[in-house]
Design a protein around this ligand. Structure first.
Ligand code: C2E
Ligand code: MG
Length: 651
């Protein structure tokens, strides 16, 4: 690149230099040309003068005068001598003088002619005398000889000067030609270099474009599965949408593996990638068998996007295709890291018109998949317009949650807990409540999962704990307070120090506090912290036991102070003998382990009686009272205590 720049700057400099030299040399050529012209003019003039500079006329008249002795010949001889003398004088000046100055010999020759002419002058007056004539003729012949010599020398000198000037001219003309040639060469070199550079640039541009295309290709390709990414998929759906004709259906399927991978809990990143790669392979093979235009791509999350364009008849409907995809997962998937049974959530959306926005169609498919995930349903869900409203609401809740916690919009309500035999209230459970100015009351079952996802559950958990620890002191001292803790709180903070601090600030004795945690997740990991919390005097409760797939080993994993039986058991205990057996078993195990048991969700007297018959002592549920504000708890259950408190306050 540097040499290229040097080349490009050298050629113009070279051209300029040659141009300057050409101009200088041009001046020399011009001067040499003038000199050649002057030399040749001078040579011509000189020769003309030399022609006139002759003694032959004088000789002729002297000879005739000597023979004929006429006055006319004598006068003619005198006139001729006069002319010769005049000419001789001019030879002493101007160009001839310059010439005579060049050669010393010419000067002395002119001097001897001068001398001869001086000797000749008196003889011309005596031409009747034969001796004078003879002497004059001798002198004239001598002059003639010397003149011939001078003529020869002058002519030679003039010719030499002309030749030198011509040689000079030829030399400079040659230089001129060479310079013009060099200029042409430099110009050609410059043009050649520019051309070369141009083609190099073109080549480089081509290579850059190629590289860009390669990079874009790499960016568009999912590294794990080798499939196109979301952008590629959107392009393909747009193309298919534009080409959609009457009687065709364009469908988009979102196959979501995220929840399946998460709940299985068996996978590290490599394991996940192995599952994704094998699933991609399996889907690719199946999609290839479908008729019509298809496209398989990697979704933005841990899953896949499939597009199909099918004809009305005999083509498959979107629902049929969705079920076929789901059926592929009925068999365990063999991957590089083992064989697994993976059940995805599938959402799909379809359109029969090109007017549907392709991006919106994909979004609809994703919404349907999200709905399938949210409802825990591992089946194919078709898009419903109501899903958009749900998503919008979820987004509103998600965006408003952090601020609601900050500004105390989320506060605890308290659900009473009873001794089923005596009917006496012995504790309350703090349950978060949120009144949103636009959406009204929002249920914890809606915002708690969102808070878990966004991480807001940590600040919410501390806010509820602290507020309820303070408020519960408005109730009689014997009452316990149960507070739900999220596993996230165990991971994020120094929970023991924070709890100690909270108890100190609110003044609630540790023995009045029960912390509820659910048995799902890695209990092992938090057992040490739970042990430390118990050491403070706080009691630990296993919440929602029997819900979902909570394993029996949960019971023995830790020394629980209380086991809370999930509310689903209250209903089933009445109608289902098997549930009663299980409940009895759990009660026996708890007794053996030294844990208390509390049954949740008691809604009817019948349920209460069945539970009491089975040996359940403690319970909570709408039969006794739902979650309510602390003032309502005192008014409803401790009217005298509330009056006493009011009297104390007014005093
Ligand atoms: P949970 O701890 O099992 O709380 C009991 C849930 O059962 C509460 O739902 C309560 O209103 C409801 N419930 C009480 N009696 C009955 C009944 O007789 N029948 C029926 N069908 N339901 C009854 P809620 O208040 O909607 O809370 C739902 C869940 O949200 C709670 O389940 C708890 O896991 C979580 N949650 C609530 N507040 C907090 C909190 O402050 N922190 C954390 N980490 N979780 C909370
Ligand atoms: Mg609870």
């Amino acid at each position: 690149m540097r040499s290229d720049r040097q080349f490009r700057s050298v050629f113009p400099v070279l051209c300029c230099l040659v141009l300057v030299l050409l101009a200088v040399n041009g001046r020399y050529v011009h001067q040499a040309d003038i000199r050649v012209r002057e030399a040749s003019l001078f040579e011509t003039a000189l020769l003309a003068q030399i022609v006139h500079f002759s003694t032959s006329d004088l000789e002729k008249y002297v000879a005739r005068s000597g023979v004929l002795k006429t006055e006319a010949d004598r006068l003619a001889a005198e006139q001729a001598f006069q002319n010769l003398s005049e000419t001789l004088k001019t030879w002493r000046q101007g160009d001839i003088r310059a010439l005579s100055g060049i050669s010393g010999q010419t000067g002395s020759q002119l001097d001897s002619i001068q001398q001869d002419s001086r000797e000749l002058a008196p003889l011309l007056n005596d031409l009747h005398n034969t001796a004078s004539v003879t002497r004059a003729l001798v002198l004239l012949q001598d002059m003639e000889r010397i003149l011939d010599q001078i003529k020869e020398a002058v002519a030679g000198e003039a010719a030499e000067q002309t030749a030198t000037a011509k040689q000079d001219l030829i030399f400079h003309q040659k230089i001129h030609t060479a310079l013009i040639f060099a200029l042409i060469l430099a110009g050609l070199g410059w043009v050649f270099t520019l051309k070369k550079r141009n083609s190099a640039l073109k080549k480089a541009r081509g290579a850059t474009l190629e590289q860009l295309a390669r990079l874009t290709g790499r960016l568009d390709c999912d590294r794990v599965t080798g499939l196109g990414n979301y952008r590629v998929f959107t392009d393909r759906v747009t193309q298919a949408s534009n080409a959609l004709t009457a009687g065709q259906t364009l469908s988009v399927f979102c196959v979501d593996l995220e929840t399946a991978l998460l709940t299985s809990g068996n996978f590290d990143l490599r394991g996940e990638n192995a599952v994704l790669a094998s699933t991609a392979e399996m889907l690719r093979n199946s999609i290839e068998l479908l008729e019509g235009t298809t496209c398989l791509a990697r979704s933005r999350g841990k899953g896949f996007l499939i597009m199909t364009v099918t004809d009305d008849a005999p083509g498959l409907s979107a629902q049929e295709i969705a079920h076929r995809i789901l059926a592929l997962f009925l068999r365990p998937l063999s991957t590089g890291k083992g064989t697994f049974l993976i059940t995805p959530a599938i959402g799909y959306a379809e359109t029969r018109t090109s007017e549907q926005d392709p991006a919106e169609l994909i979004c609809n498919g994703e919404l349907a998949a999200a709905d399938a995930v949210a409802n825990g349903s591992r089946h194919a869900v078709t898009f419903q317009p109501a899903m958009r409203t749900e998503v919008a609401r979820r987004a509103t809740v998600e965006n408003a949650l952090a601020q609601a916690i900050e500004t105390n919009e989320c506060l605890p309500y308290f659900q009473p807990q009873f001794n089923l035999k005596t009917g006496r209230i012995h504790g309350v459970e703090a349950l978060a409540r949120w009144y949103h100015s636009d959406l009204g009351w929002i249920s914890p079952s809606e915002f708690i999962p969102i808070a878990e996802k966004t991480g807001d559950i940590v600040s919410l958990g501390w806010k509820i704990l602290e507020t309820s620890c303070a408020e519960v002191q408005l109730l009689p001292n014997a009452l316990t307070l149960s507070v739900n803790l999220s596993v996230a709180q165990f991971h994020n903070d120094d929970i023991v120090a924070m709890l100690e601090d909270c108890l100190q600030r609110t003044g609630l004795p540790a023995t009045r506090l029960k912390l509820e945690i659910t048995g799902t997740g890695d209990l092992q990991h938090i057992q040490d912290v739970l042990t430390e919390l118990r050491a403070l005097g706080v009691r630990i409760s296993l919440d929602n036991f029997g819900f979902g797939n909570s394993p029996l080993c949960c019971l023995t994993d830790f020394q629980w102070d209380e086991i809370k039986i999930d509310r689903s058991f209250s209903g089933r205990a009445v109608s289902d003998p098997k549930s009663r057996h299980i409940l009895k078993l759990v009660l026996d195990v708890a007794e053996t382990l030294g844990s208390e048991v509390l049954v949740e969700g008691i809604e009817t007297v019948e349920q209460r009686d069945v539970l009491v018959d089975l040996g359940c002592v403690n319970g909570q549920g709408y039969l006794f009272g739902g979650p309510m504000a602390i003032d309502d708890v005192t008014t409803l259950f401790f009217p005298q205590h509330s009056q006493h408190c009011r009297a104390e306050t007014s005093a």
